[in-house]
Design a protein. Structure first.
Length: 130
């Protein structure tokens, strides 16, 4: 999976959608019942570009390219988002599943790094050995 996550803000998540002009995959509101059955402790906004597990560098590269395409040219919107809503993290994260006996790699090209940096977006991947 590869997801853009924006959390730690106090306003309705619809405000994130309005500012960015991107429809999220999922939103959460503080106080609403979560999947665990307990009230959510924070507001959140998520955009998935790949929901299946990432198992190789090529799949990650395609998912990241799709995410970057969604973000390209929105640096002013992300600046406004940070100034007005003050979210704590704005990051892309995902899970990368690798076989213990295989070599796999992840990479970001300079153009992708440039878009993420212009938007103030972090990037992280959890590695899972299968």
């Amino acid at each position: 999976m590869l997801t853009l996550m924006i959390t730690g803000f106090e306003v309705d998540p619809q405000n994130v959608t309005t500012i960015l002009g991107i429809e999220p995959t999922f939103t959460a509101r503080k106080g609403e019942q979560g999947k665990s059955g307990y009230p959510r402790k924070f507001n959140g906004w998520w955009l998935d570009v790949k929901t299946e597990p990432l198992r190789d560098g090529e799949t990650h590269a395609h998912a990241l390219a799709a995410m970057v395409d969604c973000l390209r040219g929105r640096d002013a919107a992300f600046k406004r988002l940070r100034e007005e809503l003050k979210p704590k993290p704005i990051t892309i994260y995902g899970g990368f599943y690798i076989k213990g006996d295989a070599q796999s790699g992840l990479w970001l090209d300079p153009a992708e790094m440039e878009v993420l940096a212009a938007c103030g977006i972090g990037w992280g991947v959890d590695l899972f050995a299968e």
